[in-house]
Design a protein around this ligand. Sequence first.
Ligand SMILES: NC(=O)C1=CN([C@@H]2O[C@H](COP(=O)(O)OP(=O)(O)OC[C@H]3O[C@@H](n4cnc5c(N)ncnc54)[C@H](OP(=O)(O)O)[C@@H]3O)[C@@H](O)[C@H]2O)[C@@H](O)CC1
Ligand SMILES: Nc1ncnc2c1ncn2[C@@H]1O[C@H](COP(=O)(O)OP(=O)(O)O)[C@@H](O)[C@H]1O
Ligand SMILES: [K+]
Length: 498
Amino acid sequence: MRTAYTADQIRGAERTLMARLPEGTLMQRAAAGLASVCAHLLGQVYGSRVVLLVGSGDNGGDALYAGQRLARRGARVVAVLAGSKTHEAGLRALLDAGGRVAGPGDTREIDAADLILDGLVGIGASGALREPYARLAEQAGAAPGLVVAVDVPSGVDASTGRVEGAAARATVTVTMGAYKTGLLVDPGAKFAGRVELVDIGLAPYLPEPDVAALGRDDVAGLLPRPGAESDKYRRGVLGVAAGSHLYTGAAVLAVGGALRAGAGMVRYAGAEEPVAQVRAHWPEAVITQLRRPSVDDVGRVQAWVLGPGLGTDEWAHELAASVLASDVPVLVDADGLTLLALDSALLRRTAPVLLTPHAGELARLTGADRADIEADRLRHVRAAAAELGVTVLLKGSTTLVAEPSGAARVNVTGSSWLATGGTGDVLSGIAGALLAQGLSTYDAASCGAYVHGLAGRLAADGAPLTAAGVATAVPAAIRTVTSGSTLAENLPSRSRER
Ligand SMILES: NC(=O)C1=CN([C@@H]2O[C@H](COP(=O)(O)OP(=O)(O)OC[C@H]3O[C@@H](n4cnc5c(N)ncnc54)[C@H](OP(=O)(O)O)[C@@H]3O)[C@@H](O)[C@H]2O)[C@@H](O)CC1
Ligand SMILES: Nc1ncnc2c1ncn2[C@@H]1O[C@H](COP(=O)(O)OP(=O)(O)O)[C@@H](O)[C@H]1O
Ligand SMILES: [K+]
């Protein structure tokens, strides 16, 4: 499990640790880790051109001491001093090692640099970057050299991943002591590039994490496996109420995701047209063609998926009411979410609910602005879970899962190739199958997103995928998790000991 923290949480832990150590120890640990990552990236340090972008706080101090270490190994290091003040001891150390200094207007070196260290601001930043920081951050991101962000890319809010104005686009972010939430959640995560964690001894002093990202072992431990005593009913039967005469594909994809994710049985309930399609694609599914908008005659299930392609007319509304009147967990997606937005009384039930909106659907549900949700995803998914009293999985470039208690997880397996029609329907089937197999809404959502993201990577393999291809890749994704293949660990961020 990877854990991440807000800036306040990190500062609190650092205060406790710092009080036990001689002054400057943590900054030296940070600088040593930074310099070693930079040296690795450069290959040959001697003769390389390194530019340090140095802000007025300790983030700049880290950059200066890392610059000192690289200068000692023969790098040509220039520090661009951007702030009204500079970390004095760090600057002296750099100059003593042969480094040079430039003013914030003298930025010719940036475009010629092999490596730019972004030490403008770290966890002490507040609000959008001011000038000249903003201009320098953008220039670094556009330069041909490698960009290594110190702790967090400047311009990214370490606690939330918000990016209010300009920000440095990093190749690698070297983060100190613990992951910051903003490095795992978009838009910040996009700016961070690969994240390397430098151990500065903070772990014993960290509080409960702000968010967690399940790792392969966590998911392997949670995914249900059939035992010797299993039969199809005991493994878990999933009901799928999805599709309509207009949208038949959503039903096919949701049922496909569910079958591939290990449901003992899938009962599909729908109208004539989607029934014909589901029957043609999935002989394994047990199908009920509905004559009226009710699931009373469908047979016993352990969980329902409600909504993909269902439509939002009166028939769909009555069918949704019938599914939600059951006493089993229900995953609500797509048109099901629109129906909830139109009639919140549908949510009055005691059995668990998992909502799986994208930002637009969440906006419809909560009345928040879609762009605001995209900009501050974690805050909005938490607020929705608390307000609605259910588990919420927010889809998009970073998938987040929040509980009404405030607990939240981020999924790190996704691929941007998943941004194509129908992949959300497959996710609803996967997570629904996990609900039917007995996982809690929180675990079904987090493990479902993990497996779906991995299946997306396998299906894409560097080229466009189809939603049906993602469903096909689900067993291989599960095998990757349970067999301990390295693919699941080969994620954008890697832990690194100093
Ligand atoms: N503590 C520790 O043990 C360790 C800390 N470590 C390192 O220290 C970093 C935290 O250092 P920090 O607290 O000095 O804050 P930092 O991120 O450098 O920024 C503050 C400065 O930025 C400025 N500024 C703020 N907002 C701005 C804006 N929007 N636009 C422009 N400027 C802005 C603000 O200037 P002012 O507004 O005061 O003029 C202020 O002076 C942390 O990320 C890690 O790298 C590691 O060495 C490990 C041990
Ligand atoms: N840029 C992206 N990076 C990673 N995953 C993405 C990205 N964009 C979309 N996704 C994922 O693709 C799926 C799209 O689902 P959804 O928006 O419901 O589409 P549809 O309704 O067409 O099925 C979600 O799982 C989402 O998290
Ligand atoms: K930085």
